[in-house]
Design a protein around this ligand. Structure first.
Ligand SMILES: *Cc1c(COP(=O)(O)O)cnc(C)c1O
Length: 494
């Protein structure tokens, strides 16, 4: 049965999966959601016998119903190949009483690779299916990790160009270096004078600018998005929750059908929403622990029902979670509003005009699967140190936020169900924060010396993604003001 996608704002026509992937954002400014969340059509026991690639195909076929099995198989095989440094793609590691799901074994050593390795292939197939003749221009705002993962995924893909905006002073030195050394004639990287929310708001504005869209059209271009608002990002992220659960069952970490909790370091709410979709599809998941850093807008929302972005933006050691407007939350709000696009649209308009909205008690009750908490910078550092000392396991600051929230949750609730902590980046990507959390003396060393030291300490070889940038030349050094983003797009396309 074909599954169509509708807009959370209700003023755009229903489209097929491939059209939704090509468009990214719906024309009315809403996000595409499936008309219904499909149920899994295999048991967990069956999934436990499948490879990551097979699992991906079997989960994605339920959402991307206008792709043939051949197309899906082809996309999956091109995505999850030896770009990953382990053939398990998303391995589990036990530490601190929980199971860590390591999603950083791809090309850019961040979890964004899980979806961005496959999105270019899904998009190329979609363009073919929809008979698009225009060149696709991917516009992306990044808080650090999406940018590099999208650049790596889309570099030299025929028929597609990619432009990435990042906050000039809001990403780690290694993240910045990874981006500005990106090769590929179809790539461009621009640092903006502003924070991630400025970059994200700017990109959203470009997408919904009808005059610009018309001008692009005449020039032979069509915008699309590689941000997690694209349903083509969300669907591949559901896969690893199915895979992880099946592997936990297979290895005896849990009994058949036993419920687990999932702790997710959250920024734009894409990753945790994928976990929620997995739960709705039948994966035995209990609570979803939404972990924030000091930008704790989601914690406040989940505990009070009031979303309020009018607050100081804090730069933390987990920059990919330094976010005040979590775009994917809109998909959940829409669902909690009983799929009432009008109600959702009103809240979202209030968010852009006043910076805040409040949901009703009835809506809050529908969010009870989610638990929110946050970790301060000190708590995050303490968790990195204690896990290293207890288990010899070194985690990155984003993952540490989730691990610290998991500890708080257990103390607060006494719920001791087995927990899957989602590990979203390699510690090598945030070496300085990680090493100084372990011992302040490391602050005196330079970035690459720290990389070698971390490798010695953790017994993990330096990932290829880091080795590459030691010597790579800088190929992008463009900057612009936050009101100059449209010009930056035009410069790139001319
Ligand atoms: C993007 C990112 C996150 C946040 O994920 P969302 O899907 O935006 O909530 C967390 N950790 C790392 C390392 C990331 O790159």
């Amino acid at each position: 049965m074909e599954l169509f996608y509708k807009s959370t704002r209700g003023n755009a026509p229903k489209v097929t999966a491939s059209a939704a992937i090509l468009k990214g954002l719906a024309e009315d400014g809403g996000l595409y959601v499936p008309e219904r969340i499909p149920m899994l059509d295999h048991s967990m026991r069956e999934f436990s016998e499948m490879s990551y690639q097979e699992t991906a195909r079997e989960v994605m076929k339920l959402y991307l119903t206008d792709y043939t099995m051949e197309e899906l198989t082809d996309c999956v095989e091109k995505a999850y190949d030896d770009k990953f440094d382990t053939d398990r793609i998303a391995p589990l590691r036990d530490a601190g009483g929980a199971a860590f799901l390591e999603l950083f074994h791809g090309k850019t050593i961040a979890f964004k690779d899980m979806a961005l390795s496959i999105l270019p292939h899904l998009m190329t197939a979609a363009a073919r299916k929809c008979g698009t003749e225009k060149e696709i221009v991917i516009l992306t705002a990044t808080s650090g990790d999406t940018g590099k993962a999208a650049l790596a995924g889309f570099a030299d893909v025929p028929g597609i160009r990619i432009l990435v905006f990042y906050p000039k002073n809001g990403v780690s030195p290694i993240q910045e270096r990874q981006m500005v050394t990106q090769r590929g004639a179809n790539t461009r990287v621009v640092g903006i004078h502003g924070n991630f929310d400025d970059a994200q708001t700017g990109v959203k504005r470009l997408f919904s600018d009808a005059a610009l869209r018309e001008r692009m059209n005449q020039m032979g271009f069509q915008f699309s998005s590689a941000n997690s608002i694209n349903i083509g990002r969300l669907v591949p992220q559901i896969v690893y929750y199915v895979y992880a659960y099946a592997q936990m069952q297979k290895t005896g970490r849990i009994a058949d059908g036993e419920e687990i909790n999932v702790a997710v370091p959250t920024g734009n709410f894409g990753n945790i929403l994928a976990a929620y979709y997995a739960k709705c599809m039948g994966v035995p998941i209990g609570r979803l622990l939404c972990a924030s850093n000091e930008n704790k807008v989601l914690f406040d929302f989940l505990t009070t029902g009031i979303y309020d972005k009018n607050r100081e933006f804090v730069l933390t050691s987990s920059p990919s979670m330094d976010i005040l407007v979590s775009s994917n939350l809109e998909r959940l709000i829409y669902q909690a509003a009983g799929e009432d696009a009008e109600k959702n649209g009103a809240l979202m308009r209030q968010l852009s005009s006043e910076g805040r909205y409040a949901v009703t008690d009835e809506m809050r009750a529908r969010l009870s699967d989610f638990y929110g908490n946050y970790a301060s910078e000190a708590e995050c550092a303490a968790k990195i140190r204690s896990l290293y000392e207890s288990d010899g396991y070194v985690i990155d600051p984003h993952t540490a936020v989730a691990a610290a929230v998991y500890d708080k949750y257990r103390v607060q609730t006494g719920d001791d169900r087995k927990t899957l902590i989602v590990s979203t980046a390699s510690p090598f990507k945030f070496t300085r924060s990680v090493m100084t959390a372990i011992d302040a003396k490391y602050d005196a060393m330079d970035d690459f010396a720290l990389v070698d030291r971390l490798s010695a300490l953790s017994g993990v070889p330096v990932p290829a993604a880091i080795e590459e940038i030691r010597t790579a030349p800088v190929l992008h050094d463009i900057q612009c003001g936050k009101s100059e983003m449209e010009q930056a797009v035009l410069d790139f396309l001319q």
